[in-house]
Design a protein around this ligand. Sequence first.
Ligand code: NAI
Ligand code: PHE
Length: 356
Amino acid sequence: MDPALTDVLEEQLARWGGDELILHHDAPSGAWIILALHSSRLGPPTGGTRFKAYARLADAVTDALRLSEGMTRKYAVAGFERGGGKAVIHAPAELDAGERQALLRRYGTLLRELGGRFYTGPDVGTSPTDMDVIAETGAPYVFARTPAAGGAGSSGPYTALSVFAGIRAACAHVFGTDDLSGRRVVVQGVGSVGAGLVERLVDAGADVRFADLDAGVVHDLERRTGARSLDPGAVLAHPCDVLAPCALGGVLDARTIPTLRCRIVAGGANNPLATEGDELRLAERGIFYVPDYAINIGGAMAITGMEALGWTEAEATERVTRSAEQAVRRILELSDREGVSTEEAARRLAEERLAG
Ligand code: NAI
Ligand code: PHE
């Protein structure tokens, strides 16, 4: 066995404290399917499926564990009755489209066999079209299929909505107004979440700059919104009022935090802090940090609400906005009252709810 994997299993599982970890090897493709079912305390474990070729299996397991815990906290802070879980498909980079589809169908069969112990939706590397394929064998445990297949479609726009509401609430606290006109906001990553966020910010009159590694995506968004792009290597250090990480996790660490030139960090990316100490590094620099899981619940909440609870689009929009605004307010109150970091305050709010 990969020695790094042994370390992950021994050290991280004890710290993780989740319910169940399933490591499934898919022999036909050589992929590993990792199901981290963190908590069913508030409801059935529900989380996205990330599809990615990691350097090592140990890295994929680490990601699944951290992301599943984030899902538990996300639902707990919002008081939404779902549990935390995440799936990671660690697949060889060279799979062709046919092999990938066959793998997704086998993954669907696995979900079906689990019989509701895990519900899923899209995440980085998967789309509503992929959910259609997974649901061929994995229904009814798959959210966010395409509208043509009877689903509510992409979760990204609703996640963008909750992040937008969270940014406004954070600005109200730091700048005394939630009016975003002229507010300088930098967005890292303009995929499903980041692009929707840029659109909303531009509509609200903010001065938006963004970056992405995909030149096609950058060009398209510049053309559609008029917002200008930045070099991806320079995006974190670009001067702004609000930095919104919306790409991958772990971007804020001991090396990057000293280079930031923002007042607020509030974005959609799951786990943007590389380590626990990074929340203190941000606080020491006087940067107001809004924990990711407090404001990026929009997609999971809206899609689950519309597909499983019968919400209308208007209801989903209203609930997602209110949830993110309330979360930021409650975190602020607790952090002020107890003199703890915003991350610690958010953690306590989640724990209170899970204990109650
Ligand atoms: P996506 O895959 O559609 O978009 C991510 C984008 O980030 C891609 O366009 C990619 O090229 C870009 N990117 C990657 N590394 C970059 C870098 N170093 N600099 C600049 N751009 C970079 O993914 P999606 O769905 O937009 O998710 C983004 C983040 O939000 C992820 O961390 C995800 O876990 C999180 N999230 C997504 C939700 C959803 O509803 N889609 C819900 C909650 C969280
Ligand atoms: N990617 C979503 C998240 O991280 C997961 C999700 C999407 C769950 C849609 C359910 C439905 O929050």
